[in-house]
Design a protein around this ligand. Structure first.
Ligand code: C5P
Length: 208
């Protein structure tokens, strides 16, 4: 059927791994909205554009459309023939992305791309269940303590756990406006759970 599942949550709460696992179990694509914000940020950094100035960035994005490829095993992000995926999780993109994501014009641009996707799918991000897909069939919100999230992320970043933890807390603070859980979202603390445990919890809670 035409089903949308939303998985929102704080930074490094495991959203994309969980969304991928849920989507594979359902046999549908998953969509990582954060990749679009990250790609816009990378392009702004490369252009040397001030991150708080939306106009030049939006003009650039309209002239050079980005394409989100929603594969079940992992999303890929393309700018024309160039694949940006592997460059989107650098520390400088982590640090710049919240300022770009705060621009209303950028949010409208991302939202329009997401709403154009064919259902069914699993969408993960910050505001999938609140702003972009308020009529989703099932909504989840992932949390975990900053320390737990930093320890997980330390496997994939060069910085040490305290530095990663401080950066996560700062990014949560900057993303707070668009990161409130939907009132009808089921909140899951992933701290005590394995990845498979979180995926199983979500699958068990889906409407039959
Ligand atoms: O999910 P991820 O950590 O990759 O998202 C990167 C950034 O993109 C977030 O820190 C936030 O600034 C922005 N974002 C957002 N709304 C979403 C998804 C991501 O503002 N739905």
């Amino acid at each position: 059927g035409r089903v949308i599942v939303t998985i929102d949550g704080v930074a490094a709460s495991g959203k994309s791994s969980v969304a991928s696992g849920v989507a594979r179990a359902l046999g549908v694509p998953y969509v990582s909205s954060g990749l679009l914000y990250r790609a816009a940020t990378l392009l702004a950094l490369e252009a040397g554009a001030p991150l708080e100035g939306a106009r030049a960035l939006l003009t650039h994005l309209r002239a050079h459309p980005l394409r989100l490829e929603a594969l079940p095993g992992g999303n890929r992000l393309w700018a024309g023939e160039r694949e940006l995926t592997d460059e989107l999780h650098s520390t400088r993109v982590d640090q710049g992305v919240s300022a770009v994501a705060a621009l209303p014009e950028v949010r409208a641009w991302v939202d329009a791309q997401l709403r154009a996707l064919p259902e069914p799918f699993v969408a993960e991000g910050r505001d999938m269940g609140t702003n972009v897909f308020p009529h989703a069939d099932a909504k989840f919100y992932l949390t975990a303590s900053p320390r737990v999230r930093a320890e997980r992320r330390a496997q994939e970043r060069p910085e040490d756990v305290p530095a990663i933890e401080a950066a996560l807390i700062e990014r949560d603070r900057r993303d707070r406006v668009q990161s409130a859980p939907a009132p009808d979202a089921r909140v899951i603390d992933t701290g005590p759970l394995s990845l498979e445990g979180v995926i199983g919890t979500i699958l068990a809670a889906l409407p039959a």
